[in-house]
Design a protein around this ligand. Sequence first.
Ligand code: ADP
Ligand code: MG
Length: 386
Amino acid sequence: MNIHEYQAKEILSTYGIPVPRGRVALTSDQVERAAKELGGHCVVKAQIYAGGRGKAGGVKVVHHPEQAQDLGKELFGKRLVTPQTGPEGLKVRRILVEEAVEVAREFYLSITLDRNSSRYCLIASAEGGVDIEEVAKRSPEKILMFTIDPALGLRPYQARKLAISLGLTGSICEDCVTLMLNLYRVCQEKDCVLVEINPLVVTRAGWLLAMDAKTSFDDNAIFRHHEYPDMMDYSQLDTLEINAGKYDLSYIKLSGNIGCMVNGAGLAMATLDVLAEYGGQPANFLDVGGGATREKVAEAFKIILEDADARGVFVNIFGGIMRCDVIALGIIEAAGEVNCTLPIVVRMDGSQVEEGKRLLAESGLNVQSADNLGDGAAKIVAMLRQ
Ligand code: ADP
Ligand code: MG
């Protein structure tokens, strides 16, 4: 789960990490007022669930409140396209207005989960800022990495070693040590999979400041933090993914034209592979999980049909816990409700399979049953070609 920069900065701030003074605005008039309060010379920052905003025109310095207001008018409602958003971009609905900071140096600092070692690792670079991806590509030796032992936690001497490697000395170096230790506390206590400060700056006046902040929470830990669901900005998410989330279904959007309903991640992977083998391209896949009810299958099927890219549907379900007649009834109910005329291929196996096939055959839908995965993939590809 992602949150906005301004929310991440609120969290960092409660852990003693210094951030620029700022205000969030929902209208261009609020942008103007915030700019006035901050003295006119400030930075207007579009809030979207993606980085790379600076280069895409989503972060700009202004010198007067009116200029801030004009920029607000331009940004609100605009879809900002950055290398991290995909071609459709993300709509700007909130803007952070922040004091303009005089920067002496920009660093990169993050803590993220390293899935190879299953540990948090601290990543830092003396060449932070908007070109960090370039630095990582061109001169990876400039990216410093340190794996944190979960039993020991991050020790001050380890943080100090890293701060010194960044070229910091004296009191700024000690401030950086404190900041790194606090950042590690944020990670642990807030169950983060990523906290990133890019850039972490040393100001002209000689202070450390987190000028950008990105935080992602571990979805599996959301139940431990009752405030997280309210922090979510649904305007930044795919509406179909939101609906799927409501019914506890996992829905992933892909780029092809065949909607796929499966149960279990393993079967999902096999389905996509075999479909590709037969020349088919999945538009999405929706995992209904084990033991779904007829209602859940119906909701899942409707979500797949709502994807405008889906020209046909391939259902591949192993009815171990789920009964095949229940799956068939769910499909028939959903398809009937939305008058679905798309070609459907259902490959199911297991408990009550004959009854399920009979229900489908008698449903009047444009549906074929398949005997195995290869047969099903071939059938849906052939139906789409017709
Ligand atoms: P993104 O990473 O999405 O491009 P940032 O928040 O990092 O967005 O902003 C991009 C760049 O804009 C930063 O690297 C920094 O140079 C500049 N910037 C951001 N906030 C401020 C600020 N408050 N004062 C001065 N410059 C800023
Ligand atoms: Mg940044």
